[in-house]
Write a protein that binds this ligand. Structure first.
Ligand code: EZ4
Ligand code: CO
Length: 403
């Protein structure tokens, strides 16, 4: 058996903070797992180093399911983003090791490719509708067939999804949380204008997506869905906070716009009612925050029974290790829908050399054994951790609101 002899928690900040777990076996085989929880990185690093790593030493690296159950049931305190991100890192690293030992890319261990490549959507954003459309046209020319559109809301100093940098999006920006201001009625007026302009400029052969980022009540989301229906959105993401899964019934009663939810979910229990009542069309749970490849496969298998497809979160705070794992999962899973893609900075890409590639809006995990991604630990040492918080959001009268 490949015995686990070492596991290191590596914290590095090549452009942004990442936490990576590297597991090593007695024969020298190593595997990597992403453990990054944006804005709460050190909590997961401590959970791993203090409470997980000591329990891994001496275990059989091949027993992925058993290790998963051990960490989940054995914690007693089940679920939650910190615990599930830590479990995900272990699980991902063990799949990487299994692939390397088998001499096969991980997607082959998951049943093989169900498609030739993975369709991704990219992000077009701008402070105005015109800027956003210009960015979207560029992406369309590069061959992307699915584009997320986010634009500034007039009168608001900053808006979720609109980056300060033209190419690289980074919401975690302060050593204390920065504060933005929100106005729902202005937002509800601008988004249909954006989609109208987008259909005029981009035509109908491209999928258009939008992220509401938990900012609407169910009835407001129903209104927006109705207003966007003429422009055939591919999905509306995180229309309303999803702690109350039943809330989506009200949205469904008012619009046929497809709904996507789940980037902040950490287990199947967050999505159970949404899926079995067919209140959503895409489940956005991802490898790093939802318990790894093992648990994400369970969520996807359950979702498949209800014709709910996958749409993994893929923002820049998910490291290239998570991206690689997501691509192996996406290529294999029967009910794949779409994969989010945001480019990492060159510094991030250099610290995490990877075999995955992108061409014309499609990605492939590559055919290296394992996940085909690693961390250059020497290079990583040069980028020290910097505290960085996600912003908070208030209404104009000062009321705390969802970011
Ligand atoms: O706000 O990844 O769909 N993507 C998103 C992201 C999330 C960040 C949070 O860390 O909503 O931009
Ligand atoms: Co989102």
């Amino acid at each position: 058996m490949p015995k686990i002899v070492n596991a290191r928690v590596i914290i590095t900040s090549p452009g942004r903070n990442f936490v990576t777990l590297k597991i090593e076996c007695d024969d020298g085989t190593t595997g990597v797992g992403d453990a990054t929880l944006n804005g709460r990185e050190l909590a997961v690093a401590s959970y791993l180093a203090d409470h997980v790593v000591p329990c891994l030493i001496g275990r059989d690296a091949h027993r992925i399911e058993d290790v998963w159950q051990y960490l989940y049931k054995g914690a007693y305190w089940r679920r939650g983003p910190v615990t599930m991100t830590a479990i995900a890192a272990v699980d991902t690293a063990l799949w990487d090791i299994k692939g390397k030992l088998a001499g096969l890319p991980v997607y082959q261990l998951l049943g093989g490719a169900s498609r030739e490549a993975v369709t991704v959507y990219c992000h077009a954003n701008g402070t105005s509708i015109d800027d956003t459309i210009a960015a979207a046209l560029e992406y369309q020319q590069q061959g992307f067939r699915a584009i997320r559109l986010q634009c500034g809301v007039p009168g608001m100093a900053s808006t979720y999804g609109v980056s300060k940098d033209r190419y690289f999006y980074e919401p975690a920006d302060g050593d204390l949380p920065s504060e933005s201001v929100w106005n729902t009625s202005r937002y509800l007026r601008i988004v249909p204008e954006l989609f109208k302009a987008a259909r005029e400029a981009l035509g109908w052969d491209v999928h258009l997506l939008h992220d509401i980022h938990h900012r609407l009540t169910p009835i407001e989301a129903g209104r927006l869905g109705k207003d966007l229906e003429p422009y055939r959105p591919f999905w509306l993401e995180d229309a309303t906070p999803a702690e109350n899964q039943e809330a989506f019934k009200l949205i469904r009663q008012h619009t046929s716009a497809p709904l996507a939810v789940g980037e902040i979910f950490n287990s199947i229990w967050d999505a159970k009612d949404l899926i079995q009542n067919q209140l959503i069309d895409y489940i956005r749970a991802t490898v790093v925050h939802a318990g790894g490849i093992t648990h994400l496969r369970r969520i996807a298998a359950f979702a498949d029974l209800y014709q709910v497809r996958t749409g993994c979160h893929g923002a820049t705070d998910l490291s290239p290790v998570c991206m690689a794992a997501a691509l192996h999962f996406d290529l294999s899973v029967p009910n794949f829908g779409i994969q989010e893609y945001m480019r990492h900075t060159p510094e991030t890409d250099a610290v995490f050399p990877h075999a995955y590639s992108i061409e014309g809006g499609m990605m492939h995990p590559g055919d290296e054994p394992g996940l085909g991604v690693d961390i250059d630990e020497e290079l990583a040492k040069g980028y020290e951790y910097k505290p960085a918080f996600l912003p908070v959001n208030r209404l104009e009268d000062g009321t705390m609101y969802s970011w």
